[in-house]
Design a protein around this ligand. Sequence first.
Ligand SMILES: CC(C)(COP(=O)(O)OP(=O)(O)OC[C@H]1O[C@@H](n2cnc3c(N)ncnc32)[C@H](O)[C@@H]1OP(=O)(O)O)[C@@H](O)C(=O)NCCC(=O)NCCS
Length: 227
Amino acid sequence: MRAGSLLGLLRAPGIALRSATLSYRYRPAELLKLPIRAVWTARLDKHPDAGLSLGGRLYLGFFPGPDGIRSSEEIVHLARDRPVRVTLSRGSTFETQGVVLVAPGAEFVVSENGELSIGSGVLINSGVSVLCWDSVTIGDDCSFAFDSVVMDTDFHRIRPGQAGVTAPVVIGNHVWVGARATILKGVTIGDGAIVAAGSIVTRDVPARALVAGVPAGVIRHDVEWDR
Ligand SMILES: CC(C)(COP(=O)(O)OP(=O)(O)OC[C@H]1O[C@@H](n2cnc3c(N)ncnc32)[C@H](O)[C@@H]1OP(=O)(O)O)[C@@H](O)C(=O)NCCC(=O)NCCS
């Protein structure tokens, strides 16, 4: 662990303690690397038969300072009083490919046998919900603005015997999801796309398209965005 990083942890004993507890529960042999950095109130409820595999550090409830992608001051603190929560049910899996930053009040729920996969350099802002009942895949370098929702299930049938209440969601690389946007079951979003604030995405989004509205439609092609 780098000296600056260690000093930072010592100045925040709540973070040090919670990070150590969750990292130890994740993989005792990797305790010293602290693969999970978490605020005191962060919750990681993992069924013993659930799989957790981290390809990089997972930050829960704060964004890192000098040694990370963003400083904590840049989090939109709409949900700072709510804990960040990760729930992994029996038989579910949650894997990441690299650093993933999750702000306060964000929630991941992976239901029985669900599969949640998140790439590298992904930023999940406050109050975001990811509800995974089947499969949710999020690529590298994505940003989810505050209170956005990703859900791969409708939860309820609206017709007797209706099939297709649940279907995988695939979000490509470098996708920006605006504040309070909702991405519904079965949707695939192409690389580099932007989902405008408040949109409800019910159909696939082409790569590098900007979609907006309810239901979301393409309003611009060949867009670019940066952090
Ligand atoms: C994606 C976004 C940045 C695009 O902004 P922009 O390129 O300046 O878009 P414009 O204002 O030129 O709007 C283009 C058209 O789309 C419409 N539009 C823009 N945003 C919209 C939205 N969220 N929902 C519905 N329609 C929208 C505009 O009314 C306009 O329509 P018109 O051509 O008929 O007048 C912006 O829509 C947005 O979502 N901003 C919020 C981003 C956010 O959530 N940030 C949180 C921190 S990460």
